[in-house]
Design a protein around this ligand. Structure first.
Ligand code: LMR
Length: 394
C-alpha cells in the first residue's frame, strides 16, 4: 500500500527553516518563518503567558476533556478581542482549533460542505498553505490581484475588478491585518469598498487574522474584520494566537462563523463541533486556557498588551531603520515601502534568483518569493541586509 504514496513537495517556508539550521556561518540571518524574535534572536515566552501558566498549574485540578468546541471562556475572550461589540454575540458560533491553520482548514471544510460549488478567491500572493490546503480539499481557487509589484502597495483597482468577477456564493479570503506575505494592507476606506462589492455580488468573506497587534495596534488591526463582520449577512473568521501570544507550539486557534440570527448560529455551532469531532475530536486546551486566563485578568491582560506593543514598536523601528539605510545607500526612496508596510513581513518584490544570491553570498535567508520576516533583524543586522540588497542589485 505505502508504495502507492506520492512524495510530497516540502513546504517552502518550513524547508527554509531547516536549511538555515544547517548553515554553519555565524553571520547568517534568518528572515524566513513567521516567528517573532527579539534583538538576541530569541523567541521569548511572554511575561503574561508565564504568569498564566503558573496560575493554571496552581489551580487546575483536572485534565479531563473540556468540550468539542473548546472552553467557552476562550471563545468569549477571543471574540471580544477580535470583534469587540461589532456583532451580536448570539449570532456567532465559535470553536477552538489546533492553531490558526486548524481554523483555516475547518473553515474550508465547512465551505465545501455548505456549497460544493463555491470557489475561494485568494489574494495574489497569499500564504502558500492557503492554496495548498484548498488544493488538497479539491476546492477551486481563483486568485485576485492584490500586490502591485511596482509600488509594493495594494493594487486596489485590480483587486476590486477581480472580485467583481466572482459569482454569488463564492468565498473571498481576506487577511485581517498584516498581510502575509506582502505587508501591504487595505485602509479602512478600501475595506469599505470591498464590503460593498461583497454585498453587491453576494460573496461570502472569510477573514484570516493571525497577526492582530503586530500592525497598527490591537484595536486598529481589528477594524477591517469588524467592519466586514458587521456589514455582511454571513462570514467566517479564522484566528491564531500563535504570534500575538507567542504560543506557537501550543497550537491555539479559533474559527468563528457569523450568522444572521440565532437559528443560523445554532446550525453553525453544531457544524463546527461536528467538524472538530471528525478531524481530531477535542481541540487542544492548554494554549486556549493561557489565552483566556490572560484575557480575563486585568493585570495580566494589561501586561500582555504592553509587551505586545513593545514588540510592535520594535518591528516598526527596524522597518524605519532599514528604509533609511537603503535610502542612504541608494540615494533614492524606492525602498520607502518597507516603512509603510505593516506586520511581521514585507515582500521585497525581487526575483528568486536574487533571493538565492543573497542566501549564498551573505547567509541571508528569506522565502523564495522575497518575503522577509522583519522580526528576524536587529539594529546590527539591518545595515548588513541593506548592503546585501544593494550588492545583489535588487
Ligand atoms: C509563516 O507564514 O511563516 C507562518 O505562518 C508559519 C507557517 O506555518 O507557515
Amino acid at each position: 500500500m505505502f508504495e502507492n504514496l506520492k512524495a510530497q513537495p516540502a513546504d517552502k517556508i518550513l524547508a527554509l527553516m531547516q536549511q538555515f539550521r544547517e548553515d554553519p556561518r555565524d553571520s547568517k540571518i534568518d528572515l524566513g518563518v513567521g516567528v517573532y524574535k527579539n534583538a538576541e534572536g530569541v523567541t521569548p515566552v511572554m511575561r503574561a503567558v508565564k504568569a498564566a501558566e503558573h496560575k493554571i498549574w496552581e489551580t487546575q485540578e483536572s485534565k479531563s476533556y473540556v468540550g468539542l468546541a473548546g472552553d467557552p471562556a476562550y471563545a468569549d475572550g477571543m471574540i471580544s478581542l477580535i470583534l469587540g461589540d461589532a456583532v451580536a454575540r448570539g449570532n456567532i458560533a465559535a470553536a477552538a482549533t489546533p492553531g490558526g491553520t486548524g481554523a483555516v482548514r475547518q473553515a474550508f471544510e465547512l465551505i465545501r460542505n455548505a456549497n460544493p460549488n463555491a470557489r475561494v478567491f485568494v489574494s495574489d500572493p497569499t500564504w502558500p498553505n492557503h492554496i495548498s490546503i484548498l488544493k488538497y480539499l479539491n476546492i477551486e481557487t481563483v486568485s485576485y490581484r492584490y500586490f502591485d509589484r511596482e509600488t509594493r502597495g495594494v493594487n486596489f483597482d485590480g483587486m476590486i475588478e477581480d472580485l467583481k468577477g466572482a459569482n454569488p456564493g463564492d468565498v473571498v479570503l481576506l487577511h485581517g491585518c498584516c498581510h502575509n506575505p506582502t505587508g501591504a494592507n487595505l485602509n479602512l476606506t478600501q475595506w469599505q469598498a470591498v464590503v460593498d462589492v461583497l454585498n453587491e455580488k453576494g460573496l461570502i468573506p472569510m477573514v484570516d487574522i493571525a497577526y492582530q497587534g503586530f500592525g497598527d495596534g490591537l484595536e486598529e488591526d481589528a477594524q477591517g474584520v469588524r467592519l466586514v463582520a458587521s456589514s455582511v449577512p454571513e462570514c467566517l473568521i479564522a484566528a491564531s494566537c500563535s504570534k500575538n501570544f507567542g504560543i506557537y507550539r501550543e497550537r491555539t486557534g479559533l474559527l468563528m462563523a457569523v450568522a444572521q440570527d440565532a437559528d443560523g448560529q445554532a446550525l453553525n455551532q453544531s457544524t463546527l463541533s461536528f467538524l472538530n469531532r471528525q478531524n481530531y475530536s477535542f481541540p487542544p486546551d492548554h494554549g486556549a486556557r493561557i489565552v483566556s486566563t490572560i484575557l480575563n485578568d486585568d493585570a495580566l491582560r494589561t501586561d500582555w498588551a504592553a509587551e505586545l506593543e513593545d514588540v510592535r514598536l520594535g518591528m516598526l523601528a527596524l522597518r524605519q531603520q532599514l528604509a533609511d539605510e537603503l535610502q542612504n545607500l541608494t540615494g533614492s526612496d524606492r525602498f520607502g515601502f518597507l516603512a509603510q508596510h505593516r506586520g511581521m513581513f514585507s515582500l521585497l518584490g525581487t526575483s528568486a534568483d536574487l533571493v538565492e544570491k543573497m542566501r549564498v553570498d551573505n547567509g541571508i535567508y528569506m522565502v523564495g518569493d522575497s518575503r522577509m520576516n522583519i522580526a528576524g533583524l536587529n539594529t546590527q543586522t539591518v545595515p548588513v541586509l541593506a548592503k546585501a540588497i544593494v550588492d545583489a542589485g535588487v
